[in-house]
Design a protein around this ligand. Structure first.
Ligand code: DQA
Length: 172
């Protein structure tokens, strides 16, 4: 019967079942990133945050990832959002904006979250002022992607899929 046939998984489907199970990824954008497209387009590009978020959700569907996005100009609000994600996300993509270089509170929240973290920047901070070369989360992130404009986020989402798959294989 057709229904019964569909219910039986082919052998090979099981071998990769863990890899394509839906994953959850939270994307956090820090201060001033709400101005993307208007703010220093020569540094940050002309893509608006709304377009980046829309593309992240579309790409998420392609990669079987439920993507949630959040932007705030406030350090406390960012800490609160990361705390709310505890137990509810499989990875975090975060561009802390200017807080990258100063925030111990965001670093502490990232550590407490306990999932793979990808630090993401539109610009290559090492081609800019020395004050931007330090990051409070660099050593607690799984990896850092920067310098590709809006593409940095899309690369980060692909990297998140790989990290989540690897973690699931380890715990299987
Ligand atoms: C940024 C780099 C930071 O130094 C800066 O303060 C930002 C954006 C980036 O995405 O390139 O706001 O995080």
């Amino acid at each position: 019967m057709a229904t019964r046939g569909r219910a039986v998984k082919p052998e090979h489907a099981d071998s990769h079942a863990g890899e394509r199970r839906t994953a959850r990824v939270l994307v956090v954008h820090g201060p001033n990133l709400n101005l993307l497209g208007e703010r220093e387009p020569e540094v940050y590009g002309s893509t608006r945050l709304k377009e980046i978020d829309r593309e992240l959700k579309r790409l998420g569907r392609e990669l079987s990832i439920a993507v949630e996005t959040f932007q705030s100009n406030g350090e406390g609000a960012i800490v609160d959002r990361i705390q709310r994600a505890r137990g509810k996300t499989d990875a975090l993509i975060i561009n802390p904006g200017g807080y990258t270089h100063t925030s111990i509170a965001i670093r502490d929240a990232v550590i407490a979250l306990g999932v793979p973290v990808i630090e993401t920047h539109l610009s290559n901070v090492y081609r800019r002022e020395p004050m931007r070369h330090h990051s409070t989360i660099a050593d607690v992130a799984s990896g850092r992607i920067m310098g590709f404009g809006a593409d940095s986020y899309y690369l980060a989402l692909r990297a998140a899929r790989g990290l989540i798959d690897a973690a699931r294989r380890r715990s299987a």
